[in-house]
Design a protein around this ligand. Structure first.
Ligand code: NI
Length: 167
C-alpha cells in the first residue's frame, strides 16, 4: 500500500471530467487500497481518484462506518436540504457552510464490476455528493454563492501563485 500526495487547488486534474473505469482487475483493487490509505492518512472522510492525479471515476470513503468505494457512479436520487461546514482535502484547512440536498442515493459498481447502491443523509449524503462532484471536475467552491466564490477563488489563486494572503 502507498500514500499518495494529494493534489490541491490549481492542479488541472481537479477540473477535468474523469474517465469511466473499464477494467476490473488487481490493479484496480490496489488503487482502491492506496486511495483508502491516503484518505485515512490525510485524514479525510472521502477521496476521489483525481485528487491523487488519477482521472478515473472512482472514490473511496469512510464516514465512521468502515471503508467503502464506488466506481462509475451516477446520482439516482437527491432530496431535502442541509447546510454543513464542508471542506475538501484539495482545498486544505478551509470550511464553508454549503447547502446541498440532505439525502443522496448513488448507483455504480464495486471493484469486481458488480452493481451497487449507496445512500445516506447528512454526512454520508454530503460525502456522496462531494466525491461525485470531484469526478466531474467540480470542487466545493462551485457550490458557494457567486460573490463569495469569486472572492475565495481570487484568494486561492493568489495563494497558488505564492502571493501572501492579506491579514
Ligand atoms: Ni474534496
Amino acid at each position: 500500500m502507498a500514500v499518495f500526495p494529494i493534489r490541491t487547488f490549481g492542479d488541472a486534474v481537479l477540473n477535468s471530467v474523469a474517465e469511466p473505469v473499464a477494467v476490473f482487475d488487481e490493479e484496480l483493487d490496489r488503487l482502491i487500497q492506496d486511495m483508502l490509505e491516503t484518505m485515512y492518512a490525510a485524514p479525510g472522510v472521502g477521496l476521489a481518484a483525481p485528487q491523487i492525479g488519477i482521472s478515473k471515476r472512482i472514490f473511496v470513503f469512510d464516514v465512521g462506518e468502515g471503508p467503502g468505494h464506488l466506481i462509475n457512479p451516477d446520482v439516482a436520487e437527491v432530496s431535502g436540504e442541509w447546510e454543513f461546514d464542508e471542506g475538501c482535502l484539495s482545498v486544505p484547512e478551509r470550511f464553508w457552510p454549503i447547502s446541498r440536498p440532505a439525502y443522496a442515493r448513488l448507483i455504480g459498481l464495486d471493484s469486481t464490476g458488480t452493481a451497487i447502491e449507496l445512500e445516506g443523509d447528512e454526512l454520508m449524503g454530503r460525502m456522496l455528493q462531494h466525491e461525485y462532484d470531484h469526478l466531474n471536475g467540480t470542487l466545493l467552491l462551485e457550490r458557494l454563492g457567486s460573490s463569495e466564490r469569486k472572492a475565495i477563488l481570487r484568494e486561492l489563486r493568489q495563494e497558488a501563485l505564492g502571493i501572501a494572503r492579506p491579514e
